[in-house]
Ligand binder design. Structure first.
Ligand code: FES
Length: 111
């Protein structure tokens, strides 16, 4: 288990929005899905698009470059599928959002 470090303030990310931040050298997207915060690597595995610049609908972010879609809760690619991105544990302490980038979680991907 790694260490949680402060990544953002809760009032920086309204519900349905996201931001991109560097946490210990890792570019992370932090998403507010109906008041719940999620952190996922911010670089699209297709060709390096910045996912937090994309369009967030419910828990799915659409990459702004070629429209690949990822569920920010699991990191799973929902379109075109067969890949995933690392997500990171998040906790909220007071009005700080803390992320542990040293404990990435990878969704199981069906071949
Ligand atoms: S870079 Fe994200 S879909 Fe192509």
């Amino acid at each position: 288990m790694g260490q949680f470090v402060k990544a953002a303030k809760t009032d920086e990310i309204q519900a349905g929005r996201c931001i991109g931040v560097k946490v210990e050298g890792v570019f992370v997207g932090i998403y507010n899905v109906a008041g719940e915060y999620h952190a996922m690597n911010n670089i699209c595995p297709h060709l390096g698009g910045v996912l937090s610049y994309g369009f967030l609908s419910d828990s799915v972010i659409t990459c702004p470059l070629h429209m690949w879609e990822f569920d920010v809760k699991s990191g799973k690619c929902v379109w075109p599928g067969q890949t995933c991105i690392a997500t990171y544990p998040v906790k909220v302490q007071g009005d700080d959002i803390l992320v542990d980038v040293n404990s990435p979680v990878y969704a199981k991907v069906e071949a």
